[in-house]
Design a protein around this ligand. Sequence first.
Ligand SMILES: [Zn+2]
Ligand SMILES: [Zn+2]
Length: 213
Amino acid sequence: MKGLESLIGQRFDKLEVVEQAASTASGQRRWLCKCDCGGSCIATTGNLHSGRTTNCGCRKSPDLTGRIFGKLTVLGRSDQRNARGSRTTPMWECRCTCGAITYKATDTLKNSATSMCSTCAGKYAAESARRAAGFVGGTQITKIRDMKPAAANTSGVRGVYYEKKSNKWRARLRFKGKTMSFGSYARFEDAVCARKNAEKVYFGAFLEENGLE
Ligand SMILES: [Zn+2]
Ligand SMILES: [Zn+2]
């Protein structure tokens, strides 16, 4: 019976079990736990009982609240998690200089030279690629106007692809015969947002400069 007990409501150090989560592939039961820091995590019965999992991961990560990374100011820990293979990492709630709220993992903040929200990242990437690419010829206006998802697309949104290897959504844009990447995102809607912004910057300016809009 021990193996089937419900842990809901039980406390393990900083964690309180909220509900049962999907079991592991090998059948180990897992639980969604709320951490005292406001974060959350999913842990197996075994790891909770043995004390291997005692917090959401916040003990290992120093508090970044108030710190500034690029355009982002960290507002505090969030209960959002970033999927990374079989485990998830806690994310920080950040405010971008444009006012948008975005969620970033600790190492993303620390390792990225330019931290910003996906909207600003889309603009930034588009602008630098545009500068690098110059701005003549190659782009088919009819294709810009007829922006249906390509047949081989898996997401239903043109230029947004799911990459199995990284478990992420990638935003791309083909412009003037070149395919440009606008980042990879855990959340589908962030990739769509990046793609849309790239479209605005590229195609909008292109149509305008060519007197087509
Ligand atoms: Zn925590
Ligand atoms: Zn922004």
